[in-house]
Design a protein around this ligand. Structure first.
Ligand code: GL2
Length: 829
């Protein structure tokens, strides 16, 4: 920088004490300054929550410093960037993750300690940012952490919902949903960018325009909303790089409203304006069904339009020729939710930048990649054409043109096979004519990814078969991963310290493959002893939580047997509960003397049901009804307890996972695209009881089938079993436990009738009956292994040792090299 600007920069630089200091005294001063000037409390009188507020602002200052440097460096280097578009990010808490990634957790803990506060207690004050439903959303969060840590020039883009995923409250065993107004107490982890705003248009008409001899389309909108950026800095671990998750909030726009003010109805005009904000108000709480609602479509377009405008603006700051766009930009579609980004880029290039259609379409084909996260055809999004025609009239025209050209090309390749042409068309004809978002995404992306090997096989064989046959080279898979920073270092600090001690280095936190080094000590009795101690302390922490929450005291000698995830029929929480009923029934019918041989279990189930998903809600109620019976049966005592953990979320997971001995992953094979919960448990040395579904198949390759408890039909068995129809040789044990529920043994006989019907012979779509016997065998095998604690601990160590492949670092590196074509850009200062 030269001239006056340069002189100014020099002066500023001289005034600045370069970089904030991280010694305990500076940190204390910093915290107290924030107590006084940011939180506006007296430095002599503040509570834990105020300490959290001050602490987080102090951390945020340090994030901002690195973030500015990173952004400046990226700007200077101008590397190819990846833009990760996702409607959901499940970030959870930010404080501990940030201080660990910045490498200053212990310093802060000291600083707080000297002020009379305990770090853990202060950190507990933070609420969860729950801007997502489940696995897909948490995956996005893990991937952001890896993108930052691996120094990739990346941006995340999403929506800043005012209400995150609902809070689950249980009353009399029934789920009730309460709004999660997470911004009530402020959010220190975001920075509002009042100057980074874009207009987003809706409704209206499309008109023709002639300009300099060219004919163009002009969209005259009927409504305009302003998108305002909220930036969330994402720090990498062991690097200065700090990247951005930019979330958009909707605000009323000043343009396009003058008319209504002029009519004199001032109050109504203001109220109408305010409605704009509803676009980013609430997260849809259903992760598997698409309802064709206008608000949802508005959300999708709102966030992609703002993001695409932002991306193009950044490109144009440094470039004038759009042919360079694919060298600078990779756009990743996280599922089909952001697929309108394709159409938005086309619209801007053609209508606003006046590129000719073929050139624009060539650019689009080079920048987009798409990852599917579902296995079933019913899970695929469809946008009703009528809805799109009214909300985004120009986009509908563009989709028709894309489809026309695609179908013409396709005819040349496959001839007039009308069935196939109609299956592959982006437009679905039928009672409700709709846009198939997946087809749009496949046609316009250079790469289509599955989230595990099995998932890709299923996509190729079923939902995307026609496309796979047409473009086999487009299809890849990137097995999901989770970040060890969050899922070991933050959530299980004692295990983390133990691992570092035995490996003699902390390098595994960045280079997770190093965990395999634990294999050589798996049989070492000293490590086993320390490993068991760490696990016991984590179990204690979990037991205290259970007691505080439910009043139930549980024995630490019992196996903590956990299933936490969204409640879905295909995930088969019902199979778990029926298995628990069977266990209970066996204990009741056993000779007293035999009970000594029973392995005590504390069964823990947690998860939310979508508000409109009746069957899932009944499963939650059944869990409570069964728990009520078992937990109050003095005959059973500590041999069996059942606990439902309400309001399962990221921070609850951070507490439960390190304390689990066994975790259950029971999806009917072929239904879970990947599954990521299992990876978190694995990293923490928890053994898995699972079907051979999704990523479990790859986990088996890594840690061996004899290191886990596998059961059930395999992926290729499931369609055959379903085809074959009901098995007349019904498993008697299964029939018995279902009958107990049916007969009202746990009460609520009428209420549970329809739930029992879902697993009756001929109706049992998710094959609980067929898999029951093998499920009980796997349970028995787990019990047997648990008795031999030495063996169990060895298996536990081997699980952690084999978990490195399931780090999101590996996934992201694979995406960067094989899908996006981007390179690390580490900030040197
Ligand atoms: C999911 C899949 O169901 C799950 O198997 C996968 O691990 C994640 C992440 O790829 O994506 N798809 C989806 O819509 N949700 C998922 O968890 N909510």
């Amino acid at each position: 920088v030269s001239g006056e600007q340069g002189a100014k920069a020099e002066r500023m630089f001289a005034l600045m004490d370069r970089f904030l200091k991280n010694d305990p005294i500076s940190l204390q001063k910093d915290i107290l300054d924030h107590v006084e000037y940011t939180v506006a409390r007296s430095r002599f009188n503040f509570d834990d929550f105020e300490a959290y507020q001050a602490l987080s602002h102090s951390v945020r200052d340090r994030l901002i410093e690195r973030w500015h440097d990173t952004q400046l460096y990226f700007k200077r280097k101008d590397p190819k960037r990846v833009y990760f578009l996702s409607l959901e990010f499940l970030m959870g808490r930010s404080l501990s993750n940030s201080v660990i990634n910045l490498g200053i957790r212990d310093q802060y803990a000291d600083a707080l300690g000297q002020l009379g506060f305990e770090y853990e207690v202060v950190a507990e004050q933070e609420g969860d940012a729950a801007l997502g439903n489940g696995g897909l959303a948490r995956l996005s969060a893990c991937q952001m952490d890896s993108l930052a840590t691996l120094d990739y020039p990346a941006w995340g883009y999403g929506l800043r919902y005012q209400y995150g995923l609902f809070r689950q409250v249980i009353l009399d065993g029934f789920q009730h949903e309460q709004p999660d107004y997470w911004l009530n107490f402020g959010n220190p982890w975001e920075i509002e960018r009042i100057h980074v705003t874009y207009p987003v248009k809706f409704y209206g008409t499309v008109e023709d325009e002639t300009l300099n001899g060219g004919k163009y389309k002009v969209w005259i909108p009927g409504e305009m909303v302003e998108a305002v950026a909220y930036d969330n800095p994402i720090p990498g671990y062991g690097t200065r790089n700090t990247i951005t998750l930019r979330l958009w909030a909707a605000k009323p726009s000043d343009q396009y409203d003058i008319e209504s003010y002029n009519t004199g109805d001032y109050i109504n005009a203001v109220v109408n304006r305010q409605k704009a904000e509803t676009i980013s108000s609430v997260l849809y709480p259903d992760d598997r069904s698409y309802q064709g609602k206008e608000l949802r479509l508005k959300q999708q377009y709102f966030f992609v339009s703002a993001s695409v405008q932002d991306i193009i603006r950044r490109f144009k700051d440094a470039h004038s020729n759009f042919d360079e766009f694919p060298e600078k930009v990779a756009l990743q579609l996280n599922d089909t939710h952001p697929s309108l980004a394709i159409v938005e880029v086309m619209r801007i290039l053609v209508d606003e930048e006046h590129l000719d259609w073929n050139r624009a379409s060539d650019i689009v084909g080079k920048i987009f990649s798409f990852t599917s996260h579902t296995v079933i055809a019913e899970g695929l999004e469809k946008i009703p054409v009528d809805l799109l025609a009214s909300l985004l009239p120009r986009h509908l025209q563009i989709i028709y043109s894309i489809n026309f050209k695609f179908v013409e090309e396709l005819k040349k390749k496959i001839g007039l096979d009308y069935n196939r042409l109609s299956r592959m068309s982006i437009i679905e004809e039928g009672a409700v004519k709709s846009i198939r978002s997946a087809n749009l995404s496949i046609v316009c992306s250079h790469t289509v990814n599955g989230v595990s090997r099995v998932h890709l096989e299923l996509l190729k064989a079923n939902v995307f078969k026609d496309f796979y046959e047409l473009w086999p080279e487009k299809f890849q898979f990137k097995t999901n991963g989770v970040t060890q920073r969050r899922w070991i270092v933050v959530s299980n600090p004692s295990l983390s310290a133990l691992i570092s001690k035995w490996l003699g280095t902390e390098a595994w936190i960045r280079d997770v493959e190093l965990l395999t080094g634990l294999r050589e000590y798996a049989a070492d009795s000293f490590l086993q002893h320390e490993w068991k101690m760490v696990r016991k302390v984590n179990k204690m922490r979990l037991a205290e939580y259970i007691e505080a929450m439910s009043g139930l005291k549980v024995s630490l000698d019992a196996m903590f047997d956990v299933q936490i995830k969204r409640i879905h029929e295909y995930k088969r929480q019902l199979l778990n509960i029926l298995g628990i009923i069977h266990r209970y029934d066996c204990i009741k019918n056993m000779e007293k003397s035999d009970r000594r041989k029973v392995v005590p279990h504390v069964c823990i189930i947690g998860g939310k049901a979508a508000p409109g998903y009746e069957v899932a809600k009944k499963i939650i109620k059944l869990c409570h009804a069964v728990a009520e019976k078992i937990n109050n049966d003095s005959d059973v005592g500590d041999l069996l307890k059942l606990v439902f953990i309400p309001d399962y979320n990221v921070s609850v997971a951070e507490l439960v996972i390190p304390g689990a001995d066994l975790s259950q992953h029971l999806s009917t094979a072929g239904n879970e695209a990947s599954g990521t919960g299992s990876m978190k448990f694995l990293m923490n040395g928890c053994l898995l009881l699972a079907t051979e579904d999704g990523s479990t198949v790859e986990i088996i390759e890594e840690i061996g089938a004899d290191n886990m408890f596998l059961f059930g039909s395999k992926v290729h068995d499931v369609p055959i079993l379903r085809e074959k129809g009901p098995d007349l040789k019904v498993n008697l044990q299964f029939a018995r436990v279902v009958r107990m529920v049916r007969d009202g043994y746990f009460g609520f006989k009428d209420y549970f009738k329809s739930l029992c019907d879902t697993v009756e012979v001929g109706n049992d779509f998710y094959l609980l009956g067929s898999d029951f016997e093998s499920y009980l065998e796997a349970q028995a095998a787990a019990d047997k292994a648990f008795v031999d604690q030495e063996k169990w601990t060895q298996m536990s160590i081997l699980s952690t040792a084999g978990s490195g492949r399931f780090s999101s670092d590996r996934t992201i590196q694979d995406y960067a090299e094989n899908t996006w074509g981007i390179e690390p850009c580490p900030c040197p200062f």
